[in-house]
Design a protein around this ligand. Structure first.
Ligand code: 4NP
Length: 151
């Protein structure tokens, strides 16, 4: 199983999603490839936001070695499943992939927890640390569901 987590910057939310799912897959003995990328190229080559790193670390997960990269159409072909954080990520991917679009591979990650509700993982970029804890909690529950479903 090859899974890609996508957000806007690949600096706050999707690095957490990658770290959490990798951690859970390893603990569950699942040989999954998990990666993340951003729809924008603002932060290419940078490590995750320091508050994403901090919140991950407080929960026993080290995401410090991750580096930001931008989504490419190649990712759509390579990955089995692509999770996006919000509706604008979804629209951006669709635009970037043009005629290659594969809607069956792409879904809002919180639809794993709340099917059909189209809830979004809020962007913590403009707020304080509490927003990063909230994002962690949402992603932790969604990733747990992804692991459960695979059993
Ligand atoms: P992310 O958050 O999509 O969760 O990584 C953001 C990171 C950077 C920016 C916006 C959102 N930015 O405008 O640079």
């Amino acid at each position: 199983m090859k899974i890609l987590m996508v957000c806007l910057g690949n600096i706050c939310r999707s690095p957490l999603a990658e770290g959490i799912l990798k951690h859970k897959a390893l603990n569950a003995g699942l040989d999954w490839l998990v990666d993340s990328s951003g729809t924008s190229g603002f932060h290419i080559g940078e490590p995750p936001h320091h508050l994403s790193q901090k919140v991950a670390r407080l929960n026993g997960i080290d995401i410090s070695a991750q580096r930001c990269r931008q989504f490419s159409e190649e990712d759509l072909r390579f990955y089995d499943k692509i999770y996006v954080m919000d509706q604008s990520n979804y629209a951006d991917l669709k635009r970037l992939c043009k005629t290659a679009w594969m809607p069956e591979k792409v879904m809002l990650i919180l639809n794993e927890l709340y099917p059909g509700e189209d809830r979004e993982v809020p962007d913590p970029w403009y707020g304080g640390e509490a927003g990063y804890h909230n994002v962690f909690d949402l992603l932790e529950k969604a990733c747990e569901k992804i692991i459960e479903k695979s059993k």
